[in-house]
Design a binder for this molecule. Structure first.
Ligand code: PXL
Length: 277
């Protein structure tokens, strides 16, 4: 059975990070080993007064134990990381568990809608940029891509701009950058990727939904990582990730509570299983 190691926080309420990655990757038939980096009562976007238990010192200990018992992974996937120190530990984890045959996926989960998440600063962005250089795939949204490149965030963009951003992201050193929240220019929205080896751009779009909910970036990255580990092509992995993420948002809209409670991803797992057949 294929295995993915994923390193991110547990937000106990407000579906995101591990509470999204674990069920989704498992549903795809891939075993999911987790390193929780922190336990929060909720995520930090939209809630106030959340608790935060830092698990930084457990990260290298868990890695060391895994090494001792000979664990190997087909994919390593990182999401929200709480500090520069955690980024440095994750970088060591890549050195220790990355091989010629496995994939490293970094979702530089640190910002959205033109703003950094609470508690992050420029130094954090710079450390995350270094981590992205070590990845096979990085999956920023437009805000995160702008921060990684040190350029202003532009809300409205066209495909030419997205392609320019992708080429620049590839220049950071990762193998294939993927940009989420890309505007098709004709009322659709989705993701784009660039493979510098072939010089080819890849796109996948769905009709724009006028609603957003928290944690969709984590859904996208979890599905993408699962799809790549299952051996899907870049185009197919993009299509599966865009379609499932859009399905989740559509399902959430009619019965949504607060948008920061997360999406109703549980209600469309059947579609995900269809897409990966
Ligand atoms: O969905 C990204 C995410 C993950 N984990 C925590 C967060 C956020 C975004 O705000 O706060 C703790």
């Amino acid at each position: 059975m294929k295995k993915i190691a994923t390193i991110q926080d547990i937000s106990c309420f407000g579906k995101c990070s591990l509470t999204v990655a674990l069920p989704i990757i498992s549903a795809m038939g891939v075993e999911t080993a987790v390193i929780p980096t922190a336990v929060l009562s909720t995520h930090t976007g939209g809630f106030t007064g959340y608790t935060f238990r830092d698990l930084t010192e457990d990260i290298p200990k868990i890695a060391e134990h895994w090494k001792k018992i000979g664990l190997e992974f087909s994919g390593i996937y990182t999401g929200y990381l709480g500090s520069k120190e955690q980024i440095s530990m994750v970088s060591d984890f890549f050195d220790s568990f990355g091989t010629e045959d496995n994939f490293i996926v970094v979702d530089p989960a640190m910002a959205d809608h033109g703003k950094l998440y609470a508690g992050f600063d420029e130094e954090f962005v710079s450390a995350m940029t270094g981590l992205c250089a070590k990845a096979d795939y990085i999956i920023p949204n437009m805000t995160e891509a702008s921060l990684l490149l040190g350029i202003p965030y532009i809300e409205r963009h066209d495909r030419e701009y997205a392609e320019d951003i992708l080429v620049r992201l590839a220049g950071l050193g990762c193998r294939v950058p993927i940009l989420t929240g890309v505007d098709s220019g004709d009322g659709r929205e989705g993701a784009a990727a660039y493979d510098p080896e072939s010089g080819k751009f890849y796109y996948s779009f769905r009709d724009h939904i006028d609603c957003c909910c928290h944690g969709t970036g984590d859904i996208f990255a979890s599905v993408f990582t699962g799809a790549v580990v299952l051996g899907k092509s870049l185009q197919h992995a993009l299509d599966i990730s865009v379609n499932y993420t859009a399905d989740c948002i559509e399902k959430t809209f009619p019965e949504r509570e607060e948008m920061w409670y997360g999406s109703a991803f549980e209600l469309c797992i059947d579609k995900l299983l269809e897409y990966i057949k």
